[in-house]
Ligand binder design. Structure first.
Ligand SMILES: C=C(O[C@@H]1C=C(C(=O)O)C=C[C@H]1O)C(=O)O
Length: 241
């Protein structure tokens, strides 16, 4: 049988999912690669893999995109790993460097700056550019909040803006996947979430960052009705950028 190719995010936010896949029989039916989020998206878009945990901002670019799991990377308010770090207050930001790992959070920053904070900002992807602020996501943000004058948690700010939770990444397929596989896949992901205690034991403690709080409270893993509503709203704002 051909294995289903899967690309998942290589960050701590996905460790419980990986644990679940690796501790279930489904591991024998899949080819699993761990990538930065923007590469997960590129692999699903190009058809190099069948399923990916991809940034929701990239979903419109995936041919025949279907969300195949009831689980995601989301938050209801602060997420503690998606930030605008800035040297000036948000209303004074003139230039901002985007994060090359990200699709969703770069767009979330743009949406919030334009429609919530209503500031006109120039964006760059040039790594050597000196800017007032940067977008940074994932493990590279852990414990870094105090290193900047201002840290805006984008999950928290989205909630202030819309009163909705937010979904950063979802499991998306680019082709039809059998019902049986989807069922087994969901069970493996749920198994991982149920074993977050074990997952935490495998993680290296990070200074100034509460991994337990992150995996149990900040991250929300269920695709809820409000989460879907937020996803649609977010994609419609991207269309208006
Ligand atoms: C919460 C996070 O969600 C992520 C943010 C993504 C993005 O900005 O494109 C993509 C996948 C997720 O890993 C995070 O990485 O900190």
């Amino acid at each position: 049988m051909n294995k289903i190719k899967i690309s998942a995010v290589a960050y701590t936010n996905t460790k419980a999912f990986i644990y679940g896949l690796e501790h279930s029989k489904i591991i024998n039916k899949i080819d699993l690669s761990l990538d930065i989020p923007s590469d997960c998206a590129a692999k699903v878009i190009k058809g190099q893999v069948d399923i990916g945990l991809i940034p929701v901002a990239a979903i419109p670019l995936v041919p025949n995109a279907t969300i195949v799991a009831n689980y995601c990377i989301g938050s209801d308010g602060a997420v503690n790993s998606v930030f605008i770090f800035s040297s000036v207050p948000v209303n004074e930001i003139k230039t901002l460097k985007l994060d090359a790992h990200s699709n969703t959070s770069n767009n979330l920053a743009k949406v919030l700056l334009k429609f919530f904070w209503k500031v006109d900002v120039q964006f760059t992807t040039d790594l050597s550019a000196e800017t007032d602020a940067i977008v940074l996501i994932g493990d590279r943000t852990f414990g870094k909040k105090n290193e900047y004058n201002y840290a805006y948690d984008l999950g928290e700010q989205w909630k202030n803006f819309t009163d909705l939770p937010f979904i950063y990444a979802a499991w998306v397929a680019n082709k039809e996947i059998s019902k049986d596989f989807i069922e087994e896949f969901n069970m493996a992901l749920q198994f991982g979430l149920n074993h977050r205690k074990e997952v935490l034991k495998t993680l290296t403690p990070t200074e100034n960052f509460d991994l337990t709080d992150y995996l149990y409270h900040k991250l929300q893993f269920d695709v809820t009705e409000d989460g879907r509503k937020a996803m649609d709203l977010f994609l419609s704002y991207i269309g208006k950028l």
